[in-house]
Write a protein that binds this ligand. Structure first.
Ligand SMILES: Cc1ncc(COP(=O)(O)O)c(C=O)c1O
Length: 398
């Protein structure tokens, strides 16, 4: 049996009872199975991973659930993370934050990226904090906040070497001083972001941290003390760079995925996501048969070809060498990946039949294809692989 709620599917595994948490999702029940391609998210893995960081850190844990929780589904992941001990959540954009508030999330939320002025009032009213770094922008935010007589909660973003957003660390004091006195602004936090924390060489990160430390120290000497200071992402936390402010921003590692080849998750963590699909056709074709658009693959003898209802519109890339698991065996993807389908060669799985489960990411039998392996084949990173899984791919919570 499974439950459907707000486009999410919750499935009962084995003989286990629904947890009280899952019972919250019993509002809409039906028996439809996702049939083409779906991801299964193990919420107990999210819980385990968040707990690990809560238990091993004195800092408050902000979980990063931008981009639909890196493709895992923002609402169920966040609710699980909060139950596991996280205190804050971070998103990239104002509309992501508002969606969470509308869904009933009450924890503090920080918008990490740029917020256009026309959205400020709605953020303030919904008690959502925002990152900011520019005095002229902050003056406008101040006017809006004073007009509605509610404080705008600001986290000063300092650019210590990421080269993305933030006030340059050399100019941070002036903005902080303005923030400290502006009537409509509540100077809640100060933060920076590391550009190279996932590398084996920790020197560039320590240099960034040094700059950040100087900024915080100068503010303290001037009596400016925002209550929250944060800089560490998963890589900085895992590498135990001893940066230790009073909040950490936990992203990729919460999902049990490695920040990089040089910065792997501790063994206690486990990936939460499995991407599955199933065979929609199996055919025996003769030598010389062209497969898919462009006939980039032509059978070199009689072959068994399976069709899989997943394509690039689901986030399955066209380029790169690929394999998937069928009946516990690795089989190669052959021919061009189409928008909604791709083909596999099934000669090594002679009994393969329509309806057989196909695993794109995850375990089947004794084998396992990790998001990291897929990323390597697609010449990208695991963050990209999971966050690009399309919105029409059902999310099933087990
Ligand atoms: C500002 C900021 N903080 C924290 C994170 C989390 O990073 P990670 O997923 O590497 O833990 C991100 C993610 O890109 C980010 O942009």
């Amino acid at each position: 049996m499974q439950l459907h709620y707000r486009g999410f599917v919750f499935r009962r595994q084995g003989g286990e009872l629904w947890t009280p948490y899952c019972l919250m999702y019993t509002l809409y029940m039906n028996t439809q199975m996702p049939h083409s391609t779906w991801v299964e998210i193990e919420l107990s893995a999210i819980k385990n991973n968040v707990r690990y960081f809560c238990d091993n850190s004195n800092a408050n844990v902000m979980v990063i659930v931008k981009a639909n929780a890196y493709g895992h589904g923002a609402l169920p992941v966040l609710e699980t993370a909060l139950r596991a001990g996280a205190g804050w959540c971070g998103v990239a954009r104002a509309d992501e934050a508002l969606e969470l508030r509308r869904a009933g999330i009450q924890c503090p939320i920080l918008v990490l990226g740029f917020t256009p002025l026309f959205m400020i009032e709605e953020l303030i009213v919904n008690n959502i904090s925002l990152a900011a770094w520019d005095i002229e922008y902050l003056k406008d935010v101040d006017v809006i906040a004073q007009k509605i007589d509610l404080p705008a909660r600001i986290h000063l973003k300092v650019d210590t070497g990421m080269g993305r957003i933030g006030v340059d660390y050399g100019d941070a004091f002036d903005v902080a001083r303005y923030l400290d006195v502006a009537q409509g602004l509540l100077f809640e936090g100060v933060s920076t972001h590391y550009a190279r924390a996932y590398e084996a060489d920790i020197a560039p990160t320590l240099e960034q941290d040094n700059r950040f430390r100087n900024v915080v120290e100068i503010l303290r000497q001037a009596g400016i003390c925002p209550s929250i200071v944060h800089s560490e992402n998963s890589a900085a936390i895992i590498n135990r760079l001893d940066l230790k402010w009073n909040m950490i921003r936990l992203g990729i590692a919460m999902y049990g995925l490695d920040p990089s080849e040089d910065c792997k998750c501790p063994d206690d963590l486990r990936p939460a996501l499995t991407w599955k699909t199933q065979l929609s056709q199996v055919k025996h074709v003769p030598k010389g048969t062209g497969i898919s658009y462009g006939h980039n693959y032509i059978t070199s003898g009689p072959e068994i070809i399976g069709t899989v209802p997943t394509g690039y519109a689901d986030g399955y890339r066209r380029h790169g060498e690929k394999t998937v698991l069928v009946r516990g065996k690795r089989v190669p993807v052959v021919g061009t990946v189409c928008m909604d389908q791709f083909m596999v060669r099934l000669d090594s799985v002679p009994g393969a039949a329509v309806g057989d489960e196909v695993v794109i990411i995850g375990c089947q039998g004794m084998d396992h294809i990790s998001a990291e392996e897929v990323a390597l084949r697609w010449n990208t990173i695991n963050y990209d692989v999971v966050s690009s899984i399309g919105s029409r791919v059902s999310r099933v919570y087990v």
